[in-house]
Design a protein around this ligand. Structure first.
Ligand code: GDP
Length: 283
């Protein structure tokens, strides 16, 4: 699979994230709940260091409830705070704020003892493209949000959004790139829409998705398209889906581009089901 990324651009954004991380008390590491492994940036642990961090598993509406439970347990066991969120509907965002306040409590107490009262808690969202960073920022900010200006002591040009509970959020999220050299990771990112379709072959991608769904979610696939999926070649299943959905060009030939787009769109929008592609035991 041929995926074109731009290493120069990646290096620059990583440095920017590193710089901005110095300004915050807590980091919200945003992952796609359908692919918590593939949507994780491998450098993030080193970048964040000892800074308090909350793992935010976003798009929980598109992932399987059973998998969501398993992931929360997985992080609990590792002593990492993790929250399930649907940023598009604003679900779970309150919890992010309450956990943050709890995590920073001791630091705030110490500041209070030194006579520094009500210092805002500063947070930043980091994550791979398309994971929902902007959506989460909007959701956390809500309608009552107010941007704070360039006050003294604040790096010039930085915009902080006031949230509830004395929290301030950096309005520019940290964009980090996933590790896509691994073909599986690349495919998972492409299936979920984190990689733009223009840079990969959409027909091959759809075929690989059908193959994957035959393996991990045969029933939802069968029910969505009324096709037989068991013990069949992915291409035959794809052909049947095309016929069922009228993805045919003149002369009765299958329109592979159309059926590929259809399947990918429907998977990404959760129409085939709430399907998680990676479980903790895949590690
Ligand atoms: P960013 O590139 O990380 O800033 O991602 P965006 O905030 O632009 O979101 C990418 C896409 O995912 C948009 O179409 C959002 O509407 C969608 N999105 C974000 N969060 C959720 C969610 O929790 N559930 C669903 N279904 N879609 C979401």
């Amino acid at each position: 699979m041929n995926i074109n990324w731009f290493p120069g651009h990646m290096k620059k954004t990583k440095e920017l994230v590193k710089k901005n991380l110095k300004l915050v008390d807590v980091v919200f590491e945003l992952l796609d709940a359908r692919i918590p492994l593939s949507s994780k940036n491998p450098d993030i642990d080193v970048l964040v260091g000892n800074k308090p961090r909350i793992v935010v598993l976003n798009k929980q509406d598109l992932s399987s409830d059973e998998a969501n439970k398993q992931w929360i347990k997985y992080y609990e066991k590792k002593g990492i705070k993790a929250v399930l969120v649907d940023a598009a509907k604003g679900k779970g965002t309150e919890k992010i704020i309450s956990i943050t306040k709890d995590m920073i409590k001791n630091k705030m107490e110490r500041l209070k003892e030194k006579g520094i009262k009500n210092k805002p808690i500063r947070a930043m969202i980091v994550g791979v493209p398309n994971v929902g960073k902007s959506t989460l920022i909007n959701s956390l900010a809500g309608s009552k949000s107010a941007k704070t200006g360039n006050r003294p002591g604040v790096t010039k040009g930085k915009q902080w959004i006031k949230l509830r509970g004395n929290l301030e959020l950096l309005d520019t999220p940290g964009i980090l790139w996933p590790k896509f050299e691994d073909e599986k990771v690349g495919l998972n990112l492409a299936f979920t829409g984190a990689i733009k379709d223009e840079i990969i072959d959409v027909e091959t991608l759809a075929l690989r998705l059908v193959e994957k769904l035959q393996e991990i979610a045969p029933l939802p696939l069968k029910e969505r398209y009324s096709v037989e999926v068991e013990d069949r070649k992915p291409i035959d299943v794809l052909d049947d889906i095309a016929l069922k959905r009228g993805c045919i060009i003149k002369g009765g030939e299958i329109d592979y581009t159309r059926v590929a787009r259809l399947i990918l769109d429907e998977f990404r929008n959760g129409k085939i089901g709430s399907i998680t592609l990676e479980y903790p035991d895949n590690i």
